[in-house]
Design a protein around this ligand. Structure first.
Ligand code: MF3
Ligand code: CO
Ligand code: CO
Length: 265
């Protein structure tokens, strides 16, 4: 199994980081732009322009015939929301998930934004999603196993009274957007694929406030929770070295990876 995992050299990770940085900056830029009235299509266009201006390609476009440049998933949409003419409203949550290809390397990151003033449950969900991703990243290092990461994710979400959508997984990423290994969002400590230096993977648990069952809408893409509960997701691309783990898509400085960094105000 492990032999199918494309490991990266330090030099290759440095190259991949360029794609990851453009992806991270695109999302960072949205925080000043997302507000009531803006449409998901506007957000799509802003991201595409930013990515292309910075020498990259929004690699979701055309991926398995996906029609958007980014995914814009609002409220009960768990993933793969297609940008359209929906105008954001006060109190909405929107997750923007985007991938960038640059010089043959991919970066993948997602962020949930609060639109205007959100209610208490949405705030709890955002805090839960943020904590779950940040704790899992902090725990990921060479020498542990995939089950340790999955268990860490499931436990943090549970502590906040939220569910993890376990039909979704993280993934290796490199020359391809999706590579081995799968990064499960649940698992037993001490089991699964060993985490070794040279791995580049995403951590991307999707959390919801209710039941984690989902269904696909007729467009073949949009995935919603069956009980219409809201979702939130923070995704980063991370690289594992022998002595440290680097969050390649984080552009906001090391100290913003803290648990108390409020990404939603
Ligand atoms: N960026 C998503 C991920 O985190 C992939 C979206 S797949 C698409 O893996 F098909 F919707 F484009
Ligand atoms: Co993604
Ligand atoms: Co991903």
């Amino acid at each position: 199994m492990e032999k199918d995992i494309p490991l990266k050299t330090t030099l290759e990770v440095a190259r991949q980081k360029k794609a990851c940085t453009v992806a991270g900056r695109a999302l960072e830029r949205l925080s000043g732009i997302i507000r009531p009235g803006i449409t998901t299509m506007d957000i799509d266009g802003i991201c595409r322009e930013f990515i292309e201006t910075n020498g990259g390609r929004p690699s979701l476009y055309g991926y398995r015939n996906y029609p958007g440049n980014v995914c814009t998933s609002v409220n009960n949409v768990a993933a793969h929301g297609i940008p359209g003419n929906y105008a954001l409203r006060d109190g909405d949550l929107i997750t923007v998930d985007l991938t960038v290809e640059l010089d043959g390397w991919h970066g993948d990151t997602a962020w949930t934004f609060a639109v205007g003033k959100i209610d208490e449950d949405s705030t709890r969900l955002l805090r839960a999603a943020w904590n779950t991703t940040m704790k899992a990243i902090a725990a990921t290092k060479a020498g542990i196993r995939m089950g340790d990461i999955g268990n860490n994710i499931a436990r943090t979400a549970q502590r906040f009274g939220c569910s993890v959508l376990d039909s979704f997984v993280g993934h290796g990423i490199g020359h391809d957007m999706h590579e081995e290994p799968m990064v499960l969002n649940s698992g037993e400590p001490g089991t699964g694929v060993p985490i070794v230096p040279g791995m580049v993977v995403t951590i991307e648990p999707i959390l919801c406030l209710g039941n984690p069952e989902v269904q696909v809408l007729e467009d073949g893409w949009t995935i919603v929770t069956r009980d219409s509960s809201r979702c939130a997701q923070f995704e980063h691309t991370i690289a594992i070295f022998s002595n440290r783990t680097e969050t390649l898509t984080n552009t906001r400085g090391e100290d913003t990876l803290r648990l108390d960094f409020p990404p939603f105000v």
